[in-house]
Write a protein that binds this ligand. Structure first.
Ligand SMILES: [Zn+2]
Length: 604
């Protein structure tokens, strides 16, 4: 089945890959000369942008400035993408490195040139801005301006903001120290595997080691990695204390009650949603406990340790092997419930070289989708004949279709969807593919697929909410005027794992150090978005597959809305109300149901 996959891999030069398998970069600019001309032109436009400065109090000038800013932003995004996409496909090419360097500085020039716009708008009177909002000529910028007005009470007078930004480099020290300690200075001693050979463990390969069938390797990797973090526990408690204090300082300086309120205000999310999310997950821990117990039984272990958690219950992923073209067919079949228009655009994307399919020498690993307004999205893949890779096509095309449909329906200013909504379309597609594949799978393949789903919910919903809850604890300590003590953090973390995973997990003492290796804790109150995004996707997929009235139209409405409103409103209009426990509950009920299916399949 796999003999039709063309030559590719880390040893094949990009020039030796057939053009038909590479994305069509000249859809952006006909050639390098046109790109250079566009960059030159942009530079000249940027130097003229200053003429708007100090004049935004005139409604006509304000409108012109906003239109010009949008136009320049659209152009710089294209110029930037042209260089970066090519570099990502061939990162050792010095000419591409130079082009990319040029665009980085052009981007900095752009940001610099428009930097006065938002502070100046915020300094204008509320009455004036509201009178602009009432004009139909401002329609395109209504949401943008309304959002600025909403945040205005939290912006300080210019002199004070300038003082805060002078301090920002020093304020970034806790996160910078964390990063350099864990990614440069920290050394993880070599470990021994089950055959007595020496193996390495690092943050780079930890997860890979955790899925190895060699339990000794897993155990030693776990103990060594956690043990190394443990050696630095006081330093790491201090870097985290520092980060939490910095965040609190900025939050209160900007007149927010606390860091949680400030962080959620960016997306206009009420803090109640955050607390409700944790509460709903706590009310649904039983299915996770049962899943862990099933895993323990399926892996035939007397004790299930943290280093057994990531072990897959089936290796049937490779039994789905097929060519890229067949994989695209399967994805299109699975997404058919989304309607003919969606599928015909999807097939057009497959045929029209939006996608860079195979690995080549110097190409970046992984996958992404990059939506470009006025052109089309570009999708980077490293296709391999196995289930995960097919699922990646569904995932990335979810992003691509989201960008494409939003770009078609919205003006540039309103097109870009928020991070809060970013993983919804991709995950919805993944779930639709999984359900479609399950319908025709063998028993062994079903075990594999259900395990994929359960692991996704475990790591994206349960685990991220566990992190979210930990953040309430750490920031709560700081709010109360205390510093974070390593001992308390360790105790908290171990107890939290016992609560989440239940009695089937043997919570080794080494697990207590895990809190200290999570980089996301240096971006406060961010991880909860993984759980809300996943839950929104599950709710969409359930509604679509169960044939709920207007479910497809509503979902397509969500995609087309792009960034034209607050995320919660866009989702609510599409039938997913995250201010209620329902989407998270639906997800965890689906989890519970799949746990039972798995139990039956495993004959436990
Ligand atoms: Zn994604």
């Amino acid at each position: 089945m796999t003999q039709n996959i063309p030559a590719h891999g880390s040893n094949i030069a990009r020039k030796d890959i057939n053009e038909i398998y590479k994305w069509k970069i000249d859809d952006l600019y006909a050639d390098k000369e046109s790109w250079q001309a566009a960059a030159q032109n942009l530079k000249a436009e940027l130097s003229r942008f200053e003429e708007f400065k100090g004049r935004l109090g005139d409604a006509e000038i304000l409108l012109q400035a906003l239109q010009k800013q949008a136009q320049l932003s659209e152009e710089i995004s294209k110029i930037y993408a042209y260089a970066r996409l090519q570099l990502d496909a061939d990162n050792a090419d010095p000419a591409l490195q130079a082009m990319s360097g040029e665009t980085e500085s052009l981007l900095a020039d752009f940001n610099n040139a428009v930097s006065f716009v938002e502070p100046e708008i915020i300094s204008l009177s509320k009455d004036y801005l509201e009178s602009c909002l009432a004009e139909s000529s401002f329609n395109e910028f209504k949401f943008y301006l309304a959002n600025l007005l909403r945040l205005a009470p939290h912006v300080l007078p210019q002199e004070q903001e300038a003082l805060l930004s002078q301090a920002s480099l020093a304020m970034s020290a806790p996160a910078a120290i964390f990063r350099s300690l864990v990614s440069a200075d920290m050394e993880f001693p070599p470990v021994t595997d089950g055959k007595g050979n020496t193996a390495n463990v690092s943050e780079g390969n930890y997860l890979l080691n955790m899925t190895s069938a060699d339990r000794t390797l897993r155990k030693n990797s776990f103990r060594t990695l956690m043990g190394t973090y443990h050696n630095y526990r006081n330093t790491l408690a201090n870097t985290l204390t520092g980060q939490c204090r910095v965040s609190r300082f900025y939050a209160t300086a900007h007149k927010y009650e606390d860091t949680l309120t400030a962080s959620l205000a960016e997306d206009n999310i009420p803090t109640e949603l955050y607390h409700k999310l944790i509460e709903t997950v706590h009310n649904n821990l039983e299915p996770l406990h049962e899943y862990i117990a099933i895993k323990k039984a399926a892996l035939k272990l007397d004790e299930l340790h943290p280093y057994d958690l990531y072990m897959p219950l089936s290796s049937a992923g490779e039994s789905f092997a097929c060519t890229f073209e067949e994989a695209c067919e399967r994805v299109a079949e699975a997404l058919a419930p989304l309607g003919e228009d969606y599928i015909s655009t999807l097939k057009h994307a497959f045929k029209s070289r939006w996608i860079d399919i195979y690995e080549n020498k110097g190409k970046r690993s992984g996958a992404y989708s990059w939506g470009i307004y006025g052109v089309h999205p570009y999708v980077l893949l490293n296709y391999q004949p196995r289930y995960n890779s097919i699922s990646t096509i569904a995932h990335e095309m979810g992003h691509a279709m989201h960008s494409y449909l939003a770009n078609q329906a919205q003006t540039y200013t309103n097109s870009d969807y928020s991070i809060f909504c970013a993983e919804v379309a991709s995950t919805t597609n993944e779930i639709l593919l999984l359900e479609h594949t399950l319908a025709n799978a063998t028993a062994e393949q079903k075990i594999y697929l259900i395990n994929q789903f359960l692991e996704a919910v475990r790591t994206t919903v349960y685990r991220q909410v566990q992190f979210a809850e930990f953040e309430l604890y750490t920031h709560g300590e700081i709010n109360a005027g205390r510093s974070l003590q390593a001992k308390n953090l360790e105790n908290y973390w171990l107890e939290s794992n016992k609560t989440y995973y239940g009695p089937a997990l043997t919570a080794d003492k080494e697990l207590a150090s895990e809190w200290s290796r999570i980089p996301h804790f240096y971006t406060p109150f961010y991880v909860y978005k993984y759980a809300t995004g996943y839950s929104a996707a599950t709710t969409f997929a359930e509604a679509i597959l169960s044939g709920k009235e207007n479910a497809v139209e509503k979902y397509l409405g969500f995609l087309k809305a792009g960034g034209s409103d607050y995320s919660l409103n866009i989702l609510k209009n599409a039938g997913v109300d995250l201010t209620t426990p329902q989407p998270v509950a639906v997800t965890l009920q689906k989890f519970a149901q799949k746990v039972q299916e798995l139990k039956t399949l495993l004959k436990l």
